[in-house]
Design a protein around this ligand. Structure first.
Ligand code: AMP
Ligand code: ZN
Length: 111
């Protein structure tokens, strides 16, 4: 059993501000938001990164559905979805999560 922050949030052992609780995924507010809307969408199953997520097509499809549900719930017409993969790319929690960022103009490419 891995000692994992987001598994503990999924299990309700660590508090989070839940946005939506879906079938196979949970969406909650990022504790250190980088945009007016910054929600994390995680699979309920422990999958370390997007590569592992890809080995479970049902979990991957469910997570994408969760991202769409969050956007609809929050009325986001434009948003950015980011998966950081690997410490050198900024991944700090090794339970895969989609960052859903919105509520302001998001420049592209990012700075
Ligand atoms: P990453 O750096 O891509 O792995 O993203 C991890 C994200 O988790 C960061 O944006 C953190 O602000 C966020 N985070 C860390 N701890 C918590 C927590 N207890 N509740 C909600 N978000 C968290
Ligand atoms: Zn986990």
């Amino acid at each position: 059993m891995v000692d994992c922050l987001f598994c503990k949030i999924v299990a309700g052992e660590i508090p989070a501000t839940v946005v939506l609780d879906g079938d196979g995924w949970l969406a909650f507010e990022d504790i250190d938001p980088k945009a007016p809307v910054h929600v994390l969408v995680v699979p309920k199953r422990h999958l370390a990164d997007i590569g592992e997520l890809g080995t479970d097509p049902a979990a991957a499809a469910s997570l994408v559905a969760g991202i769409g549900a969050v956007a609809r719930e929050l009325g986001l017409s434009a948003y950015r979805t980011v998966f950081n993969t690997g410490a050198e790319a900024g991944q700090s929690v090794f339970h895969t999560h989609a960052h859903v960022l919105g509520g302001r103009n998001l420049s592209w490419p990012p700075g």
